[in-house]
Design a protein around this ligand. Structure first.
Ligand code: NDP
Ligand SMILES: O=C(O)C1=N[C@H](C(=O)O)C[C@H](O)C1
Length: 256
């Protein structure tokens, strides 16, 4: 059987370099291009890439994806910085290329996907909730894409349950002391040398708290999700947001 032809954009980066190794090690995938900042996107079409794994920077991702979609190359996207406006632009390109699929994953690690799921479940049972995300000190964006998505999912679950916005009685404080407001959920960002990617979702109600914590200790935590997405995206036209949509029981440990 012929191998799926995969390219990595952002191949010199922290996660991109790990993705290059993971694709090279996969029996059913062939790494056909590994692009750094100065490489032309035409290297993707020249190499006949079927899937491009995009792991760059919020400033670069849109141009890269526009090129991919317009050339019928499926996208697996880990880069952060997604807004409604950006998603609308991407959906416009996809409408002109209906056979092409793009998966955007705020987080490729199974633990982070489950954290978001559990947080959604807990959201309707606690009056108050805050998110703390902790990352390495070279990270370009804050809050993290994962924390933003987590807060959005919590807010949606609260809305669905008819819960009011949280009240914040703080009247005195320094700017930023209460974090960023994502749909009414405070999100706090820590940047610390030595960390990689971590998140706590804290719920509180009368006399009790619940903390859901996830730690990515190595970039290898993201690789099974990236490989799964590369394999599935070719058969999933249009935009998919969140790795959870690609996960099935067959991907559990010991199922192969
Ligand atoms: N969804 C997920 O599970 C994960 C997502 N991420 C996200 O992936 C992205 C990359 O993270 P990370 O690897 O830590 O970042 P790095 O800075 O280590 O790597 C970024 C890569 O993109 C390239 N790049 C940066 N800016 C540009 C630009 N303007 N044009 C073209 N190429 C550019 C860099 O080239 P150069 O080396 O020359 O600067 C490098 O190859 C971030 O958005 C991060 O949040 C990260 C981990 C997991
Ligand atoms: O920059 C990182 O490192 C990470 N970025 C993603 C995010 O912003 O959520 C995913 C993970 O947290 C690692």
């Amino acid at each position: 059987m012929s191998k799926l032809r995969v390219a990595v954009i952002g191949a010199t980066g922290r996660i991109g370099s790990e993705a290059v190794r993971a694709v090279e090690a996969a029996d059913d995938l062939e790494l056909v291009a590994a692009l750094g900042r100065n490489d032309p996107l035409t290297a993707l079409t020249d190499a006949g890439a079927q899937v491009a794994v995009e792991l760059t920077h919020p400033d670069a991702v849109m141009a890269n994806l526009e090129f991919c979609v317009r050339n019928g190359i499926h996208g697996v996207v880990g880069t952060t910085g997604w807004t409604e406006e950006r998603l609308t632009a991407l959906n416009g390109w996809l409408a002109d290329s209906p056979a092409t699929g793009v998966l955007i994953a705020p987080n490729f690690s199974i633990g982070a996907v489950l954290t978001m799921r559990f947080a959604q479940q807990a959201a309707r049972w606690f009056e108050t909730v805050e998110v703390i995300e902790l990352h390495h000190n070279k990270k370009a964006d804050a809050p993290s894409g994962t924390a933003t998505r987590t807060a959005q999912l919590i807010a949606a679950a609260r809305d669905e349950a008819g819960m009011p916005r949280q009240q914040d009685p703080t009247t005195h404080g320094l700017d930023g002391a209460r974090g960023a407001d994502v749909d009414g959920v405070p999100v706090h960002s820590v940047r610390l040398r030595g960390l990689l990617a971590h998140q706590e979702v804290l719920f509180g109600d009368t006399g009790e708290t619940l903390t859901i914590r996830h730690d990515s200790l190595h970039h290898s935590s993201f690789m099974p999700g990236i490989l799964l997405a590369a394999r599935k995206v070719t058969g999933t036209p249009g935009l998919t947001f969140g790795l959870e949509h690609f996960l099935t029981d067959e991907h559990r440990p010991g199922q192969d």
